[in-house]
Structures are given as C-alpha cells and as structure tokens.
Design a protein around this ligand. Structure first.
Ligand SMILES: C[S@@+](CC[C@H](N)C(=O)[O-])C[C@H]1O[C@@H](n2cnc3c(N)ncnc32)[C@H](O)[C@@H]1O
Length: 232
C-alpha cells in the first residue's frame, strides 16, 4: 500500500515510520510518504491560508494551494484524482472512523490523507478534491496530523507482516470473531496480587468454559459501550 500524507509538518511522521508494526509493513514494501504543501503554494512568502470570508477568528487553508500541491504530486486535476484513489480530508465533522472503515481503507492500494490546520480547509477542498471526509472522534485537534497517524497505525495493523503473530488481529476488539464487540479482559502472572485474583475460570484449563466466559465479557463490554460507558 502507498499512503501519501499532505501536511505542513512532514517531520511528525518520522516517528510513526519507526514504530514496529509500521516499520514491518514498510519493510514488506508499503510506503508512507509526506508531501509538504507549503513549497507548492502559488502565493508569495509561502502563504497557504487566508482570512475567512464573512469574518471570524483564524485562518483557512486555501483551495488554490491544495489544488497546486495535488497536481504537482499526481499530475492530474484533483477533481479527477478522487475518481482514481481515495483522497481523505481529515476534519472533526467527517465520517467517524471505526473498525469497518479501517478494514475498508486497508484494502485500498493507495490512500491520500489531507491534514488541515488552523480553522481547517476551505470547504471547496472537501467538496471537489476529497473522496471522503473522516473524523477520528467528536473532539477538536490542532491539526490533522494525529488523525492521519491514527489511520496509518490502524490500517498498518491490518496489512500482512505488520504483527509478530497474525493471530493477534483475528480476535481483537470489534473483529468479526467477537461479533463486533470490544475484546474480553486479559490477565497474566501473578495469579493473585494485593488480594486481586484472576478469575478462577481462566486458571481452570477448561477451554470451552474459558471461551464462553470471554464471549460473555466481550458482549458485556459491547453493551456498556453502547450505553456510553465501557471498560478495557
Ligand atoms: C483546529 S482544527 C479545525 C477545527 C474547525 N475549525 C472546527 O471547529 O471544526 C484543524 C485541523 O485539525 C484536523 N482535525 C481536528 N480535529 C479532528 C478530528 N477529530 N478528526 C480529524 N481531523 C481533525 C482537521 O484536519 C482540521 O482541519
């Protein structure tokens, strides 16, 4: 997979590339490349943003700047580009990222992620250049870079060779194996610590009982999360 990230802070992603599972997929042939869009601006002095029409605080990323940067990278009109590959603008009001969207994105051969800053994108970037607008949650970050990293991290986990043991991804939170519920609790040694005991069933060696206990805890967590709570 090839992931291109349009950002004003490309150096942020150096750290991401070094993380074990990301490094594993890069070693297996995937690529994560950053495009700093400031050098592509047609405006003088490296300008990429401007004041909002209608007034208000902050600065807005200009549509002509993203147009120039996308054209420079792909050699086509960005309006056509989104017909050929997923161009994902990151924005708090976008489609909420969840495991099914991560799985969908992990099947794409190429992704482009657009990281906003300041007050965000001129709306015409979302309307005409993006194939998708994605949010990683109902809160506001200072920039799209952490959101792009979340997508890269979650997508990379699903690529072959990412994890030391491929079985780790088969039965984890929100997987089909768990009916879309969060994973059950885990425990390891010591079996008792400060009076806190590991559930007896996990020490029983009885595989069916363990399996059914885990499924039940997973379902409980799913129900708790549905109601706005959650654990683990
Ligand atoms: C300070 S935010 C802009 C917030 C915008 N003025 C608003 O109120 O919705 C700057 C950039 O951070 C990114 N961002 C912030 N929160 C995000 C979220 N929850 N998910 C995805 N991207 C986010 C977007 O790229 C956004 O353009």
């Amino acid at each position: 997979m090839q992931i291109d990230i349009f950002t004003l802070f490309p150096q942020w992603f150096d750290w991401l590339r070094e993380q074990r599972h990301v490094a594993n997929v890069l070693a297996a042939g995937s690529r994560i490349e950053c495009v700093d869009f400031r050098p592509h601006t047609p405006l003088s002095g490296g300008q990429v943003d401007d004041t909002p029409f209608g007034g208000g605080a902050g600065m807005v990323l200009r549509v002509d700047v993203l147009d120039a940067a996308l054209r420079a990278r792909y050699g086509v009109d960005p309006v056509e580009l989104r017909e050929r590959r997923r161009v994902i603008a990151l924005a708090p009001g976008g489609r909420l990222l969840d495991e099914s969207l991560v799985a969908e994105l992990s099947r794409e051969p190429e992704l482009t992620l657009l990281c906003g800053r300041y007050e965000g994108f001129d709306e015409r970037i979302l309307e005409h250049f993006a194939s998708d607008v994605v949010s990683i949650g109902r809160y506001v970050l200072s920039g799209g870079e952490p959101a792009a990293m979340v997508i890269c991290d979650a997508v990379a986990r699903k690529l072959p060779g990412a994890l030391g043991d491929e079985r780790s991804a088969e039965e984890e939170s929100f997987s089909e194996a768990l009916g879309g519920n969060p994973e059950y609790p885990h425990y390891t040694r010591p079996a008792e610590y400060r009076g806190w005991k590991v559930p007896e069933v996990l020490l029983s060696g009885h595989h069916e009982r363990i399996e059914s206990w885990r499924r039940e805890r997973s379902r409980e967590r799913g129900a708790a999360q549905e109601q706005g709570g959650g654990a683990g």
